[in-house]
Ligand binder design. Structure first.
Ligand SMILES: [Zn+2]
Length: 346
């Protein structure tokens, strides 16, 4: 039952631009004072970035390498951070998710320093981790600050950046699902946060060819889009503007085939099919994804046709409280296969 009110939690500050990693010390100064800092970093963070982080902070941080986005790693970071003043997540998805949840549980400020732009977890109040009681993200708190160095992010593999475009474009169907839920169940719908999320999705739809060059200007646009969608979730007080049926499809594939594809890649493919169910221009979604170099067929991410069909028919069961087009349409195996084939996904 909708209580009729909700809390908006937003990042306090964002520093974005080329070379801003050198300003990290100043950026976190308010939280750190003279105290200790824990850095949760990815295992692949370039030594150049690590040196830059260490040089920017006033004293050497406790460095914890995050090996997986799971609860074991959250416990490790929490163990190191009990007497520190804040946690900084430096890396792609895993370290930001793990650092965010560890900070949330310890009531510490969290700073996000993304080294790639593969999904909107860099700014959202959600953490996506294995070992929770659910295969989708859990509510934590948004980062207090996000420091996005475009030089660093632009040197991330193109596959990660294309995946970020997939997560952005997915807001198109997420918002459609939210509107549908509002009509059917009377759930709260926030048109402001919905518009904000759609604006980011439209960046990909309208500018896919330029965006796909992933030069510094495009990367900055992508990162700003991802930050905005995380903020949209903060304003909505839920992941609704960012995550609908296409995310349920992606989460179901996570269960069936955990190692196949990146989050944004699976969401992008899901968006093509959910767009068709919503009767919006799915061909445009597909060509935008192709233009940025993101996969549009299940085989490109090593997912078998049968898995796509199973995910389409069962995705709505993993989160029954989230009403989407998949709750309304309840696809049979036959109609799921037809949908996937007609959109070129299988
Ligand atoms: Zn997402």
């Amino acid at each position: 039952m909708d209580p009729g009110y909700h809390l908006m939690e937003l990042p306090t500050k964002v520093l974005i631009g080329e070379g801003v990693i050198t300003k990290l010390g100043d950026f976190v100064k308010d939280s750190v004072g003279g105290g200790m800092v824990v850095v949760a970093s990815g295992t692949n963070v370039a030594s150049k970035v690590r040196r830059a982080v260490e040089a920017a902070l006033p004293q050497e941080p406790i460095w914890v390498e995050v090996t997986a986005a799971d609860i074991k790693n959250v416990d490790r970071v929490m163990g190191e951070a009990v007497s520190s003043r804040c946690i900084i997540g430096v890396g792609g998805g895993k370290s930001v998710d793990v650092g965010k949840l560890a900070a949330f549980r310890l009531h510490l400020p969290f700073y996000s320093v993304p080294t790639s732009a593969s999904h909107d977890g860099i700014s959202s109040p959600f953490a996506s981790l294995r070992g929770l009681d659910r295969p989708y993200s859990m509510m934590a708190k948004p980062p207090v600050g996000i420091l996005a160095d475009i030089d660093v992010i632009a040197s991330a593999p193109r596959r990660l950046l294309a995946s970020g475009c997939g997560d952005l474009v997915s807001k198109l169907t997420a918002v459609k699902d939210w509107e549908l839920a509002h009509t059917v169940t009377g759930e709260y719908f926030g048109s402001y946060s919905a518009s904000l999320a759609l604006m980011s999705a439209n960046t990909v739809l309208n500018r896919s060819k330029t965006l796909g060059s992933f030069d510094k200007e495009s990367v900055r646009e992508l990162v700003e889009g991802l930050i905005s969608t995380g903020v949209a979730a903060g304003i909505a007080g839920s992941s609704r503007p960012c995550s609908g049926s296409e995310h349920l499809f992606s989460h179901y594939l996570d269960v069936l085939s955990p190692e196949s594809g990146l989050h944004g890649e699976k969401c992008g493919i899901g968006t093509i099919m959910m767009a068709k169910l919503h009767r919006i221009d799915w061909r445009r979604v597909r060509s935008a994804l192709k233009n940025v170099g993101a996969p549009v067929e299940a085989a490109q991410i090593g997912v078998e046709d049968s898995m796509v069909i199973e995910a389409l028919t069962k995705a709505s069961t993993i989160r029954p409280d989230r009403y989407t087009i998949l709750s309304k349409r309840k696809l049979s195996r036959k109609s799921a296969a037809l949908l996937a084939k007609s959109t070129g996904v299988i």
